[in-house]
Design a protein around this ligand. Structure first.
Ligand SMILES: Cc1cc2nc3c(=O)[nH]c(=O)nc-3n(C[C@H](O)[C@H](O)[C@H](O)COP(=O)(O)OP(=O)(O)OC[C@H]3O[C@@H](n4cnc5c(N)ncnc54)[C@H](O)[C@@H]3O)c2cc1C
Length: 430
């Protein structure tokens, strides 16, 4: 229930899990606006084959249960903005499309399901809508890439493979989480139940799941996991690209790198520079830009349709190590200042520097090797497809990853990382 209430409970404006000795538990979430509060009250278990509607549960019963749980604190409900009673069910479909596993090699999917239609669980992790939207983000870029003729239709098989694995992980978390939230306190029983510290630890453990940075390890079809930095903060293949503050070179504006890209179906390459100034002859960043701009092997050239803007399929961004005050825009590779659109206007928004003044150096935050730099290839749904040294041109768009693009013959998608080879060079890189 969402209520306006008067209470002497001091943590009414802090997300709280309140476990009473004998009256059950509530989850309390302060709502926007400063006054409203959501209270999840867990009621009795239903008998087998019983439906919640047969219990005729009223709002007064909910309020009374919340008051008992909060006792000795008082809870005077002044107004109920919304309330509902529902049954928690943990359910997961085997496939999120219409092709059974045995027929994947011979049939393309034509029907897809997403969201609560294929996975449901308790609302206590606050993930149902989030995960549902990520399902459709995943499906959206794949459908549009196939419909635009950029990618082979086989790409569509990866939707179910990737998202079903994520939903499974979420439901496993939720099963444990829901059990913990309704368990009695260990200190009040003969050892059965949970301690608050255990609950906090479990929630913290799953924090990447809650903030949408969930580990896609098993979930990103055809990718292998590689942890790139010993500190664990690095850029990990199969995880979502983790944003950080940076300064945009052209206008010295502080922005978040992840927020500078739109969800528009384009692939991104974030090139993190080596120590050299980009004007230096020995700059690896300069050499990379030369390759991307001029080489017939450049994936940017190979997959960008004639007459389209140079960044219309693969959008390359650069992050330098120097402060924005030290770099001269005129000395930048022209590839990073492309002229676009009807008037050939220059795009000034592809060059970034660390936020040194704010103490947020993205190179330190993500554990990037300052001597070698690196390139991070990011899928349209922001998951990292590949991480490699600035000068590993041949591996930049390996045939297995490139095969998702329509022009190529092989269509087993994004098998970007051959097991065994990538971890070694990635460890050297970051
Ligand atoms: C109390 C509660 C709190 C929650 N809190 C959170 C939260 O904090 N964070 C979070 O991420 N998630 C939360 N969730 C989960 C979230 O609401 C769902 O996961 C999300 O709404 C699923 O979206 P959906 O589009 O898949 O399904 P729905 O939102 O259920 O949309 C399906 C739509 O289809 C319509 N429909 C059904 N049958 C037909 C038909 N035959 N013809 C036409 N239309 C039809 C329905 O009316 C509905 O509008 C909460 C859920 C509950 C119950």
């Amino acid at each position: 229930m969402d209520v306006l209430a008067v209470t002497d409970f001091p943590d009414i404006r802090i997300k709280s899990l309140i476990q009473s000795a004998h009256e059950g538990s509530i989850l309390l979430l302060p709502r926007e606006g400063g006054y409203l509060v959501r209270i999840y009250v867990e009621l009795d278990k239903l008998n087998e084959n019983e439906r919640v509607s047969s219990r005729n549960i009223t709002i007064d019963r909910l309020i009374a249960a919340a008051q008992r749980i909060l006792h000795p604190y008082i809870l005077e409900v002044k107004e109920v903005a919304w309330w509902s009673v529902y049954e928690i069910g943990q359910r997961l479909c085997d496939k999120f499309d219409d092709v059974p596993d045995a027929e994947v090699a011979s049939r393309l999917p034509h029907i897809f399901i997403a969201g609560d239609a294929c996975h449901t669980h308790s609302p206590k992790a606050g993930q149902g809508m989030n995960v549902s939207m990520q399902d459709t983000f995943n499906l959206g870029w794949k459908l549009s890439s196939v419909l635009l003729g950029r990618c082979a239709p086989k790409l569509l098989h990866t939707y179910s493979a990737e998202r079903q694995a994520i939903a499974k992980e979420l439901i496993e978390f939720d099963r444990e989480w829901a059990k913990m939230l309704s368990a009695p306190l260990k200190s009040l029983t003969d050892g059965e139940g949970v301690e608050p510290a255990e609950v906090q630890r479990y929630f913290r453990q799953a924090r990447t799941l809650h903030c949408g940075n969930g580990d896609h390890v098993q979930a990103v079809a055809h990718l292998r996991r590689t942890r790139l930095s010993a500190s664990g903060q690095g850029l990990v293949i199969g995880m979502r690209f983790h944003s950080a503050p940076v300064i945009r070179l052209a206008d010295a504006k502080s922005v978040r790198l992840g927020d500078t890209t739109k969800a528009d179906g384009r692939w991104r390459m974030f090139a993190f520079a080596d120590r050299q100034a980009p004007s230096a002859r020995s700059s690896r960043m300069r050499a990379l830009c030369g390759f991307l701009a001029d080489s017939p092997q450049s994936p940017v050239h190979r997959y960008t349709p004639a007459k389209a803007d140079i960044d219309s399929v693969i959008d390359v961004r650069a992050v330098f190590q120097q402060s924005h005050c030290e770099l001269n825009l005129e000395a930048m590779p022209q590839f990073l200042l492309p002229r676009k659109g009807r008037y050939g206007l220059r795009d000034y928004e592809k060059l970034f520097c660390p936020d040194l003044k704010g103490g947020n150096d993205i190179f330190d935050m993500r554990g990037i090797d300052r001597n070698r730099g690196c390139v991070v290839v990011v899928r349209p749904d922001q998951y990292i497809a590949h991480v490699l040294p600035l000068d590993a041109y041949a591996d930049l768009w390996p045939s297995s990853m490139a095969s998702c693009f329509q022009k190529l013959e092989r269509a087993d998608l994004f098998a970007a990382v051959e097991e065994g080879s990538t971890p070694r060079f990635l460890l050297r890189t970051l």
